[in-house]
Design a protein around this ligand. Structure first.
Ligand code: CA
Length: 414
């Protein structure tokens, strides 16, 4: 049966990120999503470079297997291009990108996938994820160490095991071919959608909204309604028996603008790069990172490291608590000692007295006491001096206090 395609690509920066590191493409035969990551300003460059390179293979293929081979080579070429770019611009070190791509050949599709962007198929009202996330937590789920539920909130859920970038010259890319039927709706999306919007909500929107454009916009809206902590990109590909509509290729996200990165003086020394790094806002803590673990021992090591960290965190909290109590006690002690170095003149049982401490009270606690009662009767002082003594007279030292008392004593005997 002759089938045709209706497709759309949308991308949104989200509500938290300052730039869009996702790219999306809906072309003639090729459809893809790429989610970039990396140090400063690297993520948008990575996804744009990869997308622009892979776009070059958007044409007709005799068979899906040919398209599969073309995808495999294009993703590897993009990987090489990223490594070259990093070599020329060391400030981009660590940049990388996911890629999930489809090429349609009649009623077959060739797929390629690396990273944690996703491809879903909605068929007969049922949504199925056809890609496997190349994430640390997916490995943990696959090896039975944690449950799917736990994976959703795992602190390392954004850590990727495989991406295109400057780390591995021949990264492992999943490629395969599948049959597609009229009525199939394919969704390619970044984790800004799949990690934020519940699968049931995605399924409901894809099932209930006929227009791919409106459906894609609803998906982005759902992510925005959920706070959109990350860039959101969705590409929808509908397989229909309707007449083929004329379609212009659409590029969205960072690949839709000319690739641009700061031409900082290129240097391979780390010390010289650090000041440049500081000028850029720190990446959100949830930002993805990637690494290339070799064996399962590595996973065990990471799990152990997590546990060690948790223990260290508890110990740090305990120590901080103890230190805080000691610091408060010390502050109180020093404060009290300071008050006891102060003197003032006041009245005690009708006599002029020298008080040690300060006039103020700390709640019910008096911060002063009679240091020395004198023989001078307050009643014998002039009304002005009586008032002064009742109001208390500050002394700058004990000697000063004694001098003031002597003065009062002389005045009273005159
Ligand atoms: Ca993302």
């Amino acid at each position: 049966m002759a089938t045709s395609i209706r497709a759309v690509a949308v991308s949104h920066v989200g509500k938290v990120r300052s730039n869009n590191q996702d790219s999306g493409y809906a072309g003639a035969s090729l459809f893809l999503v790429a989610d970039g990551m990396g140090g400063h300003a690297g993520g948008d460059v990575a996804s744009a470079i990869a997308t622009n390179r892979i776009k070059e293979i958007d044409h007709d293929y005799p068979t899906a297997e040919d398209a599969q081979v073309a995808l495999q080579s294009a993703l590897l070429a993009a990987n090489g291009l990223l490594a070259e770019t990093v070599f020329e611009h060391p400030e981009l070190t660590g940049m990388g990108t996911t890629v999930s791509a489809i090429i349609r050949v009649d009623d077959k599709l060739a797929l390629a996938h690396i990273g944690d962007s996703r491809i879903y198929l909605l068929r007969d009202g049922e949504l199925k994820q056809v890609t496997v996330d190349h994430t640390f937590v997916q490995r943990l789920v696959d090896t039975g160490r944690i449950t799917e539920e736990e994976a959703l909130t795992h602190p390392r859920r954004s850590v990727l095991m495989r991406v295109l970038g400057d780390v591995d010259s021949s990264p492992e890319i999943d490629t395969w071919t599948v049959d597609t039927l009229p009525g199939d709706r394919w969704l390619l999306c970044s984790d800004g959608l799949s990690g934020v919007v519940k699968r049931e909500v995605i399924a409901a929107i894809l099932s209930n909204v006929e227009s791919p454009k409106v459906a894609a916009e609803r998906l982005v809206r759902a992510s925005l309604d959920a706070g959109a902590p990350d860039n959101v990109t969705a590409v929808i590909v509908d397989v229909t028996t309707a007449e083929e509509e004329a379609r212009e290729p659409v590029t969205v996200g960072s690949a839709s603008a000319p690739v641009h990165f700061e031409r900082e003086p290129s240097t391979h020394t780390r010390a010289l790069r650090l000041p440049a790094l500081r000028l850029h806002p720190a990446r959100p803590a949830t930002g993805p990172t990637h690494f290339e673990p070799q064996t399962d021992d590595y996973l065990d090591e990471l799990i152990e490291e997590d546990q060690r960290r948790a223990r260290r965190r508890r110990l740090t909290w305990l120590l901080s608590g103890v230190l805080l109590v000691v610091a408060i006690a010390l502050a109180v002690l020093l404060g009290y000692q300071w008050t006891q170095s102060r003197y003032f003149i006041g009245e005690s049982s009708g006599k002029v007295a020298i008080f040690q401490g300060v006039q103020q009270n700390l709640g019910p606690i008096s911060l002063s006491h009679v240091y020395k009662e004198t023989a001078v009767d307050v009643d014998n002082l002039s009304p002005y001096e009586q008032q002064q003594v009742e109001d208390t007279i500050n002394a700058s030292s004990l000697d000063d206090a004694r001098r003031i008392v002597e003065q009062l004593s002389n005045d009273s005997s005159n």
